[in-house]
Design a protein around this ligand. Sequence first.
Ligand SMILES: [Zn+2]
Length: 316
Amino acid sequence: MPFRPDFGPKPRLGYTQSLIARAAERRNDAAALAALECDAGAGVYLIGGEMIVLKKRETVHEPLFTLAEARALSNSGEIMFLGLIDNCGRFALEPDAAILETLKTRDDLVVTDLRSIAIKGLVEEDHLPPLAEGKALLHWHARHRFCSSCGLPTSLSCGGWRRDCPVCKVQHFPRTDPVVIMLPVAGERCVLGRSYRFQGSMWSCLAGFVEPGETIEDAVRRETLEECGVACGRVAYFATQPWPFPSSLMIGCHAEALSHDIVIDRTELEDARWFDREEVAQMLKRTHPQGLTTPPTVAIAYHIMRAWVEEEIEFR
Ligand SMILES: [Zn+2]
């Protein structure tokens, strides 16, 4: 009987299960957007690059500001329409860098990065998807002030879901970058890697950007071969996760490993090796004798690894 531990209820994958209705039909309706902004139920997230501004509370902080509060803290910046929750508008606004520095000094606010917020549970989980949406969207705008066709300044339109060039008339749309993140498996073993930037004794799935003209399956096979020298055959889709660092979509997969020798690309990985199912279970439970761990539960890598340890993900 193969080893199959039970980890109990599954934690929520970070930045997913958004309650936002994107209400794309409102984006082109300036009067409707203005009415939503003025409505008493409107809420604004203040996002400055990696940093999120929170109202300090005893335990779980509050990330939503009224429009008046947001404008009092930051009187500049374009406002982005994220969508609706219970027919109330949700927006994102980026304070400029100097304002953000002054907000960090205030006793009634907490200014911290989104990764820490997610990992430490500093806000209610339902705020993570709109924070991810707003952060990725604002990041795109910050880097598309000028037309990539003719070089002249662009202007915001559609509530933040387009930038228009007034001269050459090209319309620019916010993008997300597909990244494959995969666990190569063979029977009771899988391959994990360690990136140079990983702290402590964490091991994770392999990952890499999907390239133009490439399928997800081919990207999984190419990245696995490049990073650790293992050839893969079949690829099984698992789940996706918005990953706003800065604007990726993580595409989680399991891959059928066809070869066994590991050849590490040291420019990409500090280390990579085979792990058996029981060892990965100990890492997921934080009971590994050498203290090896996996990424936290907000990350899709945790869920990809757990699904393989816990469930029937086999290539037969
Ligand atoms: Zn242009």
